[in-house]
Write a protein that binds this ligand. Sequence first.
Ligand code: NAD
Length: 248
Amino acid sequence: MLLKDKVAVVTGGTRGIGLAVVKKFLEHGASVVLFGSRPETVDKAIAEIKAEHPDAAVTGMSPSLTEAASVTEAIQAVQAQYGRLDILVNNAGISARESLYNYTTEQFEKIMNLNVNAVFLCAKAAASVMKEQGGGVIINTSSMVSLYGQPAGCGYPASKFAVNGLTKSLARELGRDNIRVNAVAPGVTRTDMVAALPEAMIQPLVATIPLGRIGEPEEVANAFLFLASDLASYVTGEILSVDGAAMN
Ligand code: NAD
């Protein structure tokens, strides 16, 4: 039980890596509020969790992560309900693989809005609560493409480079408030985001992974658990790769 009595928010907690993180945190004693984009997907995820563990301490909300007022209201509702917020996981994210020539301004802005602006808004709202209570942990979801870029779809790696920048800067700024800020940088992980890629794109990727396979959401969730727990009490400003040593 690494997170006993902790209260956590996980954005994009309805499926994929986010849902695996929610389940892992619950297993380790945390109360978890998952944020999803729609009430239906939030309800579905909670029903799935409760079918396995009827007593799981999980609830959900569907704030608009790209609107400051909505994010602040949701974080304040968590504080009102639980009296605190110990862990924020910024996980919601989208990607697109368009070439630069076809990339629209709207697509670029949509990716930046969710992958970067929402991280800023959620961190800002959560840090205020954490500072007031004497500390907390923020973990962002980066990507292996935040190290090398990728050959198509420049908006996604650009957004993840920005996530690393926020992570390192906020770690420096918020350390004095006892708030640790880290990121997990997954490699190719078996989720809907990857299922949407054509097989012809996945196979060459797998060929570049020394461990010879793509990662499982639970393997990525384990890294979030470590960073969220007191085992990582002196770790901040770190981008932890969970990618089988992939290099795309
Ligand atoms: P996914 O598509 O399976 O899940 C994405 C999650 O984000 C979902 O819960 C979805 O509801 C949520 N979301 C999407 N748009 C939203 C919005 N507008 N508002 C609120 N929530 C929204 O993806 P995943 O693979 O689990 O990805 C999770 C994170 O991991 C993302 O930040 C992604 O960039 C990152 N990542 C994934 C991989 C991978 O290979 N799967 C690799 C590196 C990084």
